[in-house]
Design a binder for this molecule. Sequence first.
Ligand SMILES: *[C@@H]1O[C@H](CO)[C@@H](O)[C@H](O)[C@H]1NC(C)=O
Ligand SMILES: *[C@@H]1O[C@H](CO)[C@@H](O)[C@H](O)[C@H]1NC(C)=O
Length: 488
Amino acid sequence: MGALARALLLPWWLSATARPASPTPVPGTPALPRADGLALALEPAGAAANFLAMVDNLQGDSGRGYYLEMLIGTPPQKLQILVDTGSSNFAVAGCHGLLFCCHRSSTYRSKGFDVTVKYTQGSWTGFVGEDLVTIPRAFNSSFLANVATIFESENFFLPGIKWNGILGLAYATLAKPSSSLETFFDSLVTQAKIPDIFSMQMCGAGLPVSRSGTNGGSLVLGGIEPSLYKGDIWYTPIKEEWYYQIEILKLEIGGQSLNLDCREYNADKAIVDSGTTLLRLPQKVFDAVVDAVARTSLIPEFSDGFWTGAQLACWANSETPWAYFPKISIYLREENSSRSFRITILPQLYIQPMMGAGLSYECYRFGISPSTNALVIGATVMEGFYVVFDRARRRVGFAVSPCAETAGVPLSEVSGPFSTDGIASNCVPSPSLNEPVLWVVSYALMSSCGLILLVLIVLLLLPCRCRHAPRDPEVINDESSLVRHRWK
Ligand SMILES: *[C@@H]1O[C@H](CO)[C@@H](O)[C@H](O)[C@H]1NC(C)=O
Ligand SMILES: *[C@@H]1O[C@H](CO)[C@@H](O)[C@H](O)[C@H]1NC(C)=O
């Protein structure tokens, strides 16, 4: 209750306009980053990969995404590319959108078709081609890759972002216009001869979301760099290779299980997506989490606006609010399916400071939002961990990230194993489970179609007899005469 008295709730736009260190506020546009969905020690076989060179090759923050410098074309044009594990197309802004001018590249080849990609928020259209691409902070050679040059976009290149292209690192299944358009990472694995694995560390945990500076991060292509994690890497299987879809067994708020049916956590999928800002939860799970966080926190009467994202909560600079909020744990199925492990985030990761120093108070937003079709482990959660996308072994790994700490206190934990007793053997509704139901439905549809067809045939035949039989064959209306003439 003490916290409630001291916490000052502001509508977010008010505090956003009051931001002292705002880089360039755009009139009419909220200065907040978009709420969701920017809406990312093996030695590689290929000698050209250099993991140490990849350490700290990313920049960005959870609000606007983490990006990588790439060189495209001949002579090379330098671009900053958003790393997105929730999509599978590689695309860059075209000439008038600032950047890649394919007509200036001697190695560019058009493929002769356009593609449109829609994201949770935003979309773009571009023409597809291929060109040579170099990642200076990873390889010293270049690779031939498919790249879309964006000529039209909506809500995609938002104000304040510092990147001008997107690198979709998910599976080819999601690639547009079809899975036959080879993804950048598939091209890289083939040409650089690196193992089919990449890993990511994003270092913005506990730092203000929308300050003018950027944080570091690492995208390790082809393996795992030991200096980027502490303790063990725990792996969960990839359920289906499209998004990085995993299976969530349980959620705990302040050590208390939400006790929902575990299928609710995977409705209709649970994915790991570096291109989404927040932790997004299916509506039912979101409601339960808000309930539990509000109950567990020492500020039970907190305004609804805070939970919905409409308001920020502000505290005097001398005080941080994190001690009032509980830890959140997500339990994932281990490779041995009768065991699980958990990843835990401290409130520093989901109660996010917005502005950085400047005023006498600091305002925070709730880093969790509802979703209609997925549970998304977005950048807010990923910032706590070194996340390994082990495509070769069809699994995603989590380890504690050394950069996720403030004042020496770790902001995340990974621990296990735990038993899966009392949890369904499969929390992901699989197509095979629904198959009998689908068969029944299709038989029902087929028989009703048959019935309707029968009725139609009867109706077609009956009027012919009824109308014409009793009449004089010569007295016919114009329509039937037309038909008759044709028949002759
Ligand atoms: C670049 O490639 C050459 C071989 O072509 C290799 O000897 C060299 O070590 C590589 N440099 C880096 C930074 O990976
Ligand atoms: C899987 O885990 C269970 C429970 O810990 C254990 O009894 C079993 O031996 C494990 N199976 C394998 C193949 O490791």
